[in-house]
Design a protein around this ligand. Structure first.
Ligand SMILES: Nc1ncnc2c1ncn2[C@@H]1O[C@H](COP(=O)(O)OP(=O)(O)OP(=O)(O)O)[C@@H](O)[C@H]1O
Ligand SMILES: [Mg+2]
Length: 613
């Protein structure tokens, strides 16, 4: 075992001394340069601030080995090159007053100095007045003539090589590359009039020519939104909102396609994030996420950009005003779309039932529609037994939900020993969704999807606790395209994922193979299953997801088991489901908290028909 470095002596045993400049920079750099993607972001922002119309990015070995950003912007004069690398040196603001209405992305004069303190940096630049370009080496401070057209090129080499502690925190090159690509795309998304080119090692390039803002946004949201989006463009003078909104029907397991910009700066903002969530809330299940790109442009004096070391947050002078403006603009755009096209009302209803809408084909066939609407008057006439799906979960609902009855296990105990089947015996299947059964008390109605999901979930939970989820190898592996972060995740966490009964392997930098699925999920869509597990692992961090959130993960997986596709069940299969529900702990609620079955007592049936009055 390597011996640990001796601990630094306590504060009292040393006199106070000023830190060396370089160390000060290295400490400050911690806030600016967290990983290679931070360098990419800072350099791209500098290029944009310089007025570039074409920007090229090159990333090698995850950006750790080399990052180059070249632009055709205004350039830096030879005499200013050294200053550009100094801390607190900037051309972007000169006073507090200017800070309060800063319109550029940079303003601290920190980025280049920070990068130079944790990497080797070379800056080459040429202004329109220069005869040639000039290059400065940040280590030596030497300036020499260099070839090059107007503009600036910054080359960053061997990031963190002098600060091994930082380097240790980096992930695999593939993961770091993926973060760099993310940073690149985020910035490109908001600057549609600028051309961007990216080269990753020698493999892959991405070129974005200047385009309309909606085109850029759609490219980032993904192909599936090409015909499933709404555009918002509202200008209220001090505040302008432009947005490309993915339709609520095209919701996602993960909030991975949400891009929020304030004055061209990618930000995270809880308040606006919440406003957006609220705007979608009625149209989408709460566990799901919408895809959107939202651009807020606001008079710079109305925000404070100097609130976060990485400039990832802003503060609004009038947060309530901005929130309300954004909420109403987005909500009305989404509502307009829902009423414009009748078929969108249906997925919305399904979403209210807690189902994952995109798992269904777009239900625009008239048969489906009439079927669903036919239920509504029924629900209104007989609220106690055929509650609307929402009523069933609302506490005020008069429905005799399963919760009002003893759980199946205890129901067995409470009834005479002869009642060997508390949930009764199957009679029929209704509309491919409900199992009708008869028990001692009357009629039992089972939501077979929800019930099956619950049963599978409990089965997997027990097996996972014993570390023995039975797996079903796939004869032909299912291969799908994935982004680099997912591929890296499979590389890094393949073994842990296998403990879930899911065998994944990386086939290439862009594809993953599913080789086995949990036996309980045989027949499930293997790709969708793998994608949703990877999504959870990414969202919560793999180790945390597997340790603390294994139940949630297994629940997600169980979702894929439900007998979704309107399958006809035989009476034997239905009975088997009922028996399994009786054996399953907490089987009377599905994983989303909805009841899985309802009891309709005989006296209730009597009441419907006014018998005995
Ligand atoms: N690509 C570029 N083209 C022209 N000038 C540049 C470029 N990159 C940097 N500069 C000049 O160097 C200065 C320092 O850049 P640096 O990124 O360190 O600070 P900043 O952009 O002013 O502020 P911040 O730390 O917030 O990014 C800038 O103010 C700008 O004048
Ligand atoms: Mg900068």
């Amino acid at each position: 075992m390597p011996s640990a470095a001796p601990a630094v002596p306590g504060a009292s045993s040393r006199p106070i001394a000023r830190l060396a400049d370089r160390l000060v920079s290295q400490i400050a750099a911690g806030e600016v340069v967290e990983r290679p993607a931070s360098v990419v972001r800072e350099l791209l922002e500098n290029a944009l601030d310089a007025g570039a119309v074409r920007i090229r990015l090159r990333i090698e070995e995850g950006g750790v080995r080399r990052i180059v950003v070249a632009d055709d912007g205004c350039g830096i004069e030879r005499a200013q090159l050294a200053l550009a690398l100094e801390r607190h040196a900037t051309s972007k603001i000169a006073s507090l007053d200017e800070l309060e209405r800063v319109g550029t992305l940079g303003f601290r004069g920190e980025a280049l100095a920070s990068i130079a303190s944790v990497a080797r940096l070379r800056l080459t630049s040429r202004t329109s007045g220069d005869d040639c370009a000039w290059r400065i080496d940040a280590d030596t401070g030497e300036v020499e003539p260099a070839p090059g057209a107007r503009g600036t090129q910054v080359e960053v080499l061997d990031l963190f090589s002098a600060t091994p502690a930082r380097r240790k925190f980096l992930r695999s090159a593939a993961t770091e590359s993926a973060h760099c690509v993310d940073a690149f795309r985020r910035i490109a998304l908001a600057h549609e009039s600028v051309a961007f080119e990216m080269q990753l090692d020698d493999r892959r390039t991405e070129t974005l020519e200047p385009a309309d803002w909606t085109r850029r946004a759609l490219a980032a949201l993904g192909d599936e939104y090409e015909n499933a989006h709404r555009i918002v463009d509202v200008d209220a003078g001090v505040l302008r909102l432009r947005a490309v909104l993915g339709l609520p029907t095209h919701n996602r397991a993960r909030a991975d396609r949400q891009f929020l910009y304030v004055n061209g700066r990618f930000v995270r903002d809880r308040m606006l994030g919440y406003a957006l969530r609220q705007a979608y809330a009625d149209l989408m299940h709460g566990d799901r996420h919408a895809a959107w790109a939202v651009f807020v442009s606001i008079d710079p004096s109305q925000i404070d950009v100097n609130v976060h070391p990485a400039k990832i947050e802003v503060r609004f002078r009038d947060p309530a005003g901005v929130r309300s403006f954004v909420f109403h603009a987005i909500e009305s755009a989404l509502r307009a779309s829902a009423s414009e096209r009748a078929h969108e009302a249906l997925p919305a209803a399904a979403a209210a039932r807690g189902m994952h809408v995109q798992a269904y084909p777009v239900p625009d066939s008239p048969t489906t529609a009439s079927l669903d609407f036919a239920r509504e008057p029924h629900a209104a006439m007989y609220p106690p037994v055929a509650p609307s799906p929402l009523a069933a979960t609302s506490p005020a609902a008069p429905a005799r939900s399963a919760a009002a009855f003893p759980a199946p296990a205890s129901a067995g105990a409470a009834t005479p020993a002869t009642d060997d089947a508390p949930l009764g015996h199957a009679l029929a299947q209704l509309h491919g969704t409900w199992v009708l059964a008869q028990n001692r008390h009357g009629l039992v109605v089972v939501d077979m999807h929800a019930a099956h999901e619950r049963v599978v979930y409990e089965r997997m939970k027990t097996a996972y606790a014993r570390r023995s989820i039975p797996v079903q190898p796939l004869l032909v592996p299912v291969v799908f395209r994935a982004d680099a972060l997912d591929v890296a995740l499979v590389d890094d966490e393949g073994e842990a994922i296998a403990a879930l009964g899911l065998e994944l392997s990386a086939l290439s930098v862009q594809s993953i193979a599913v080789r086995a699925v949990p036996a309980a999920l045989t027949g499930a869509d293997a790709e969708a299953l793998a994608r949703s597990v990877l999504a959870e692992l990414r969202e919560h961090g793999a180790s945390r997801a597997l340790a603390e959130r294994s139940d949630a993960l297994l629940a997600t997986m169980a979702c894929h088991a439900s007998v979704r596709a309107n399958r006809r069940l035989t009476i034997e299969e239905m009975d088997a489901l009922l028996r399994e529900m009786e054996r399953t702990p907490a089987a009377d609620q599905c994983n989303h908290g909805r009841p899985t079955w309802l009891q309709v007592p005989l006296d209730e049936l009597d009441r419907w028909f006014l018998r005995g009055r």
